[in-house]
Design a protein around this ligand. Sequence first.
Ligand code: 13P
Length: 263
Amino acid sequence: MSGSTITPWVVGNWKMNPMQADASALLQNFKQLLNNQNIVEENCHIGIAPVAIALTAVRDSLKQANRTILTVAQDVSRVAGTGAYTGEISAELLKDNAIDFVLVGHSERREIFDEQPQILNEKVKNALNAGLTVIYCVGESLEQREAGQAEQVVLQQICDIAAVVNAEQWKNIVVAYEPIWAIGTGKTASPEDAQAMHAKIRQGLSQITAEGQNMAILYGGSVKPENAVELAACPDINGALVGGASLNAESFYKIAQAFANTK
Ligand code: 13P
């Protein structure tokens, strides 16, 4: 037991994977595992973030599971509504397609697609205004960590969005701490280091909003069944954002089970 009253979240970020046939087998296998040994909703929210083109198919497939599994978009447009914006998907269009959750601020979007705080703020604002729940990702690079700046960088990323989130909307935000050096590298932050950063994030959030004590703060970066139990035992780690291991039904299931067992 972690002692936390916050229901954990375990979300699989499929990134730019997999091909259709593999996605379909992965969903089948995952639903089968859930059907065999259920993880109840009250013990763990479970979500899957597929590529945009698969969102509605995944949403429909997940409806056949014996419990709610959330379909999460990996991105949303910085532009709201509808209009002449070739290639974009707005928060309103996601909502209209019954996609109620979205990732914003993933380090791959910050770094590879050069999404600066101003752009991320527009995305967060649009998503919240359209009624979506935002999984807002933060995290420092190895360089920043080695320079002793990790805390400052992460807290600044939290402060950035405070300008666009109103008092009522903080309950629709989940934070995901993903140290960049731990993503896809097999290197996980130690439970002690992760817990220390999560506690700082909670402290920072609590200075901004009364919701801070109730907000889920997920850890991401090489989460796998082998380290999930230890991470889940930390009081301020309220779930996981899982990349690589979410592409294997059994691994993803075991991670969800590790977090559900803390309740
Ligand atoms: P990995 O679990 O593959 O390290 O990816 C983490 C991540 O970026 C999830 O969003």
